[in-house]
Design a protein around this ligand. Structure first.
Ligand code: DSN
Length: 417
């Protein structure tokens, strides 16, 4: 950071403060993780400079020898890791990846069936505020009101009634496994393409700890910075038959020049994901989420779907008389960082957010296990039950800080020495 300190001390200080914030707080944001230092290094490398358009061997600018090798490495490693027939590593984000998939085989206005956002879906699955809903005609399936899990009979019924051109599986707030085989069967029954967005789950799938959607899906999209522990950016996996269409939809269809530094970070995390250490962290991630869910239920919290099979725990706070926003704010004030989250009951009340979502990835990457998860839930509960009591909140904050100091972030997720 020596050059940054010279060129812009104000920004350098913000970087320093952010490092400090991460070290001194517990990160329970389900869409975040701590990346190896080498990921930060490659993202800030000279590959940031290179402008490229096209694909390896077919570029529109000179000087692409190394860039071609970087993209090829990411392609080869990604295909191997996920056992995919075809891969495109250029999307700038998960939303870009999803847009490219929609535009690769659909025409504007075509119908798509995906999961409703308050029930767990993602903005780019056709939420009214997203451009995706302006380009395509989305309908949304929901979770079963009793089990709060996907109701496959409802999905089938909607698919047969609406005959969508594409069905989307995948969610940003759904703590249960998805039956990809069943979803793909439903898609086949109505001759729809089948896309799975595994943005939240890619690391768990890469570690082979939960079922992979790859064998069952025409297209799979994901991002690399959540459970995957890598840098920013999206990826598309698909059947070989769609490869050419996907490539054209990404460039020049939805994007211009792609980010070589991000593709290099993708190549790097695909390599690290084949190591035992990555698998151990992902195992811990799933165990830790289960421990937190059970500890919360013991304390009387309503856990959406009654548990978790992945890295997420979603809590409906209505019965505790606390809003998602006030829980998020109280917890941030004592150093526990998570996000307020809509839950199924919020779907018809604009602006209402009754829940919070926890993720176990970052604390697991830090090396924490069962005793720390029990402690975190103890501290969370103490803070939420004493939201107006400054003295208690300060005591809890000190205990959070002690826990953070015991488990420093640096070096945790790099290769075993
Ligand atoms: N999809 C958003 C989330 O899950 O929080 C950001 O990745």
């Amino acid at each position: 950071m020596l050059n940054l300190i010279k060129d812009d001390p104000e920004l350098a200080e913000l970087v320093y403060n952010e490092e400090n914030r991460l070290e001194t707080t517990l990160n329970l944001i389900a869409a975040e993780n701590h990346s190896p230092q080498s990921i930060l290094e490659i993202m800030g490398s000279v590959f940031n400079t290179k402008t490229i358009e096209g694909y390896p061997g077919k570029r529109f600018h000179a000087g692409c020898i190394q860039a071609d090798m970087v993209e090829t490495l990411a392609i080869e490693r990604g295909k191997k890791l996920f056992k995919a027939e075809y891969i495109n590593v250029q999307p700038h984000s998960g939303t870009s990846a999803n847009l490219a998939v929609y535009f690769s085989v659909l025409k504007p206005g075509d119908r798509i069936l995906s999961m409703s956002l308050p029930h767990g879906g993602h903005l780019s699955h056709g939420h009214k505020a997203s451009i995706t809903s302006k380009c395509f005609d989305f309908s949304h399936y929901k979770v079963n009101p009793d089990t709060q899990m996907i109701d496959y009979d409802q999905v089938r019924q909607m698919a047969h009634c609406l005959t969508p051109k594409m069905i989307v599986a995948g969610a940003s707030s759904y703590p249960r496994l998805i039956d990809y085989e069943k979803m793909s069967q439903i898609a086949r029954e109505v001759s729809a393409f089948f896309l799975t967005d595994m943005a939240h789950l890619a690391g768990l799938v890469a570690a082979k700890l939960i079922p992979s959607p790859v064998p069952h899906s025409d297209f799979v999209t994901f991002t690399c910075y959540k459970t995957m522990m890598g840098g920013r950016g999206g990826v598309i996996l698909c059947k070989k038959a769609f490869g050419e269409k996907i490539d054209k939809a990404v460039f020049p269809g939805c994007q211009g020049t792609s980010a070589v530094n991000l593709m290099a970070a993708k190549a790097l995390i695909f390599n690290l994901a084949m190591e035992d250490k990555f698998v151990r962290i992902q195992k811990k991630t799933i165990q830790n989420a289960g421990i937190m869910a059970r500890a919360l239920m013991k304390k009387g919290y309503h856990i959406i779907s009654g548990g978790t099979d992945n890295h997420q725990v979603v809590i409906d706070l209505t019965a505790k008389g606390i809003s998602g926003k006030s829980a998020e704010e109280t917890l941030e004030s004592i150093g526990i960082i998570l996000n307020r989250n809509v839950v199924p009951r919020d779907e018809n009340i604009p602006g209402k957010v009754s829940g919070i979502r926890l993720g176990s990835s970052a604390v697991s990457a830090r090396g924490m296990g069962e005793p720390q998860m029990q402690k975190i839930i103890e501290l969370m509960d103490m803070a939420l039950m004493n939201q107006t009591k400054k003295v208690i909140l300060n005591q809890v904050k000190d205990m959070v800080l002690d826990l953070c100091r015991e488990f420093p972030i640096n070096g945790i997720v790099s290769k075993d020495k």
